[in-house]
Design a protein around this ligand. Sequence first.
Ligand SMILES: [Zn+2]
Ligand SMILES: [Zn+2]
Length: 267
Amino acid sequence: MTALLADLHIHTALSPCASRQMLPGNIVRACRQRGLNMIAICDHNSAANVAAVTEAAKRETGPALKVIPGIEVTTREEVHVLGLLPTLEAAVSVSTAVLASLPNGKSTSWGYSTQQLSNPVGSHPGCRQWIVDAEDRQTGAEPRVLAGASSYSLEEAVFQIRLHGGIAVAAHIDRRAFSVLGQLGFFPGTPQFSAAEISAAGAARGRREERWLEAFRQHGLPLISGSDSHCLEEIGCSCTAFLVSEPCFAELVLAIRGIGARRCAIA
Ligand SMILES: [Zn+2]
Ligand SMILES: [Zn+2]
């Protein structure tokens, strides 16, 4: 068994609320500095930068930093759901479906034409949702408003993630905004979440302590924590430790379920 330190909730410059410094090379270097072994890239409603971060990690660290393809879906109830997927292709499939469900999903809502979007860096400075390559170059921009809600219900979003072999995590359940509890006022018996995430801010305020965790465990889900990084300084500020036989998605899922000797715990 191997012990891994994982931060499974990191945004890139594709998310409009994230720093423009959240580029693949910068993210990988920050992860190495913080001693992380596994990360998940979870931008709002899109997985368009997952491939670039995966390539940058392979190039700079070899197998030392495993990147799990992910997405943070905003449901029509304005609940954030983390989708962790087994492959890049699965993440892109979920992303494509979610993007198509956004308001103005088939048009360029910020006024950029398809031609403008295919232009290189700097040609559309007004759009902050950067699509980048592994060398930190901007190759395009997402014109649809990623910070908005998709038209998927909570059930539909979780179904979509599971349909593609992924697991759904109820994001930052201790926060009032954009969490299951905050938006619905209760934790529904369905859909089938695989885990619930304690926010970095909550963990910093002591919510990783046993007396707090007991309250969150009443929802019957394994608990993890991620940084929800929107800037480089936040990467790794809240993590989950995993005991697995190898650093891969399948082992991650088994560890969350506590199968065999595998384990996970908020670090
Ligand atoms: Zn969120
Ligand atoms: Zn987030």
